[in-house]
Design a protein around this ligand. Sequence first.
Ligand code: KG4
Ligand code: ZN
Length: 358
Amino acid sequence: MKGTYILAIESSCDETAAAVVKNGREVLSNVISSQIALHTLYGGVVPEIASRKHIEKINPVVTEALANAQMTIEDIDAVAVTYGPGLVGCLLVGVGEAKAIAYAAKKPLIGVHHIEGHVSANYICHQELEPPFLCLVVSGGHTHIVIVEDYGTYRIIGRTHDDAAGEAFDKVARAIGLGYPGGPKLDKLAKEGNPEAIAFPRAHVEGCPYDFSFSGVKSAVLNYLNIAKMKSSAKGEAPAEGTEFCPEVFEDGITRADLAASFQAAVVDVLVARTVAAANEYGMERIAIAGGVACNSALRAKMREVGEAAGKKVYYPDPILCTDNAAMIGSAAYYEYMAGHTADWTLNAVPNLKLGER
Ligand code: KG4
Ligand code: ZN
């Protein structure tokens, strides 16, 4: 067997995941045990429940990842794990597991930054993609415009000042009765709505041309909703558990789908405009998107349209590699391993790990 095989583990939030990746680009197995159904009951991720579930699932998931790749631990060159950022109790489960396996099997250990993983999902889906390129990272916890200068070398040139894009999607989805996880449900509902029905604000951050702020648009949606609900006598569906009641049609004829589409358009417009402007300013010919919100159909379409109109090549991973998974961690780990960046047995969970830090 030629090549470098990495067993990767990811447990930073609510997915327990393990994968085997060859040479950073070829996924031999990718097992994801999602806790979504569990957390739906509470309207969001409950950290204590998430870490307990990781403990239950981590061994079976790793076993399955090796079996699906038709490998044993002996065939593996290194063990990689997400060690930050994320929920500390969740990260600790993956870090403990990876250290135990690496120690017992006498394999090198690699600590991976979760966002570096999200960026690297693009390497799996686009074999020709190599740094440098510009990447918009949009997840439940992060919204960054990053220059990927080289493998493992990042320069953050834009960031959010308040909510992450995914967080804004989740909060608005909850307010309009869609429940958790909000992003995918809002994306689906928005397809039936008019994105121009309501002109929600597109906030600029003074003096920071590539930064974001989503608290204004989120508050504007909530205000609109409160006023509309007060005025409305219309009936809608019963709300999903842990969410608000929201009528299907408001007094002014605007629908819940119009509201979703208008909010989504406001967020997507700023994400795309700032990313393409940054690519122009920094002379980047290639733009990638990464993270859970990179699944968003409107974002994918608009980034492609506006990016290509500006002469850029636009990349995004398959949806299954956009949300949390271990294959992306295996890809990032390969380049860390090639650069000689292995961890020792003191590797620990770092909940607020910064991109580019070791
Ligand atoms: O990357 P990810 O799986 O976890 C974090 O690292 O945070 O991202 C999860 C986020 C959630 O906020 C979820 O609502 C959002 O990604 N998301 C979406 C879509 N699919 C997932 N947001 C908008 N549209 C989608 N289709
Ligand atoms: Zn993530």
